[in-house]
Design a binder for this molecule. Structure first.
Ligand code: FPP
Ligand code: MG
Length: 342
């Protein structure tokens, strides 16, 4: 049950994005409350003199994202009351960075759907999506300016650089069935895990933790990020599209050899139909569906989940040396990310 106040100006359709996103995880009431404060600030941040910018930014912020990164900020800081204003600003910073990267990712991927609704590029076109992503980056700079902390500015600068490198690495590895598991892990670390690690690290810094604990939280975020992306890549093969809220089979169609696809290629089955799609020698729908079916029927999904489980155990090990009022929540989060369906 939610104990936070919900935005009275929320949609009247019966669908409440805040309730939807916060109900995904079982956060303690005080964490939920502070997440709702971050949520309210989001609504203020998107105001713009240009109606279309306000409309499109509001559209993205009201979509049912999980708000995982702001939650990690609060948890890593032990939800320290004295630091609340800074935690809110840091939560906004990391979520705005994440949102901007998704807007640009959907543009690059020409994706039609995210979080169960049309993407910005699908609804308003590529030019608007590019500019709204940039508008979010401008807001990142604003929240960082308000934080006025050179440690956090450096952290975000390095992180945005890593995310861009990861995305570039992904592009140059597309249509190459010969990429290794190490290549895959490197790009996942750069494009996904870095931002989760950074969310935790900044939260731990603002929570006045010792250097050892800050480092342990960064490692925890890193492994959590790897779990998140490996499961994302499994769901891209196995999920129900309606539940996932985005198209499935996208990685294969884009020629991306993700972990389950790499495992399937080495499963002892005939890899030729999968390789043909990866190399874009065929884009016919029946060939893509056949390749996806081969991946699903191989041992790849089970092996990828085993790997995610190992990463999960490493994330939990990072918590061993940390004093935290939220150890149970931090542990439960790693499990929730592993068993999620969207
Ligand atoms: C989603 O992954 C995408 C990312 C994690 C990063 C995208 C990064 C960019 C577009 C570079 C610009 C970003 C910044 C921060 C400057 P995915 O495509 O595997 O997941 P999906 O299936 O949800 O699309
Ligand atoms: Mg994508």
């Amino acid at each position: 049950m939610l104990s936070c106040r919900l935005d009275p100006k929320g949609p009247s359709s019966g669908f409440d994005p805040l309730r939807e996103r916060l109900s995904s995880f079982d956060f303690p009431p005080e964490i939920r409350h502070n997440l709702s404060l971050i949520e309210q600030r989001f609504q203020q941040i998107v105001n713009s003199k240009v109606d279309l910018v306000e409309e499109t930014s509001g559209y993205i912020l009201n979509s049912p994202g999980k708000r995982l990164r702001p939650a990690l900020v609060l948890l890593a800081a032990d939800n320290r009351a004295e630091a609340l204003e800074k935690l809110i600003l840091w939560g906004l910073t990391v979520e705005l960075t994440h949102t901007a990267s998704l807007v640009h990712d959907d543009l690059l991927d020409r994706a039609p759907l995210r979080r169960g609704q049309p993407t910005l590029n699908a609804k308003w076109g590529d030019e608007i999506a590019l500019l709204v992503g940039d508008f979010f980056f401008a807001k990142v700079a604003s929240t960082l300016a308000a934080l006025d902390d050179s440690r956090l500015i450096s952290l975000i600068a390095e992180t945005i650089g890593s995310v861009c490198e990861g995305e570039t690495f992904e592009l140059i590895n597309a249509h190459r069935p010969d990429v290794t598991v190490e290549d895959y892990l490197r790009r996942v670390e750069l494009k996904t895990a870095t931002l989760l690690a950074t969310s935790c690290q900044g939260g731990a810094i603002l929570g006045q933790r010792s250097e050892e604990e800050v480092a342990a939280f960064r490692q925890y975020g890193h492994y959590l990020g790897l779990v998140f992306q490996v499961v994302d890549d499994i769901l891209d093969v196995t999920a129900d599209e309606a539940k996932l809220g985005k198209a499935v089979g996208t990685d294969l169609r884009q020629g991306l050899a993700t972990l389950p696809i790499l495992y399937a290629l080495n499963d002892g089955i005939n890899p030729a139909p999968i390789v043909a799609v990866l190399e874009a020698r065929t884009q016919r729908e029946e060939d893509v569906l056949e390749a996806l079916d081969l991946v699903r029927r191989s041992t790849a999904i089970e092996r990828a989940y085993d790997y995610a489980n190992e990463l999960n155990a490493r994330a939990r090990e990072c918590l061993a040396s940390i004093r935290s009022s939220y150890r149970d929540t931090l542990e439960a989060l790693t499990r929730d990310l592993l068993v999620r369906e969207h």
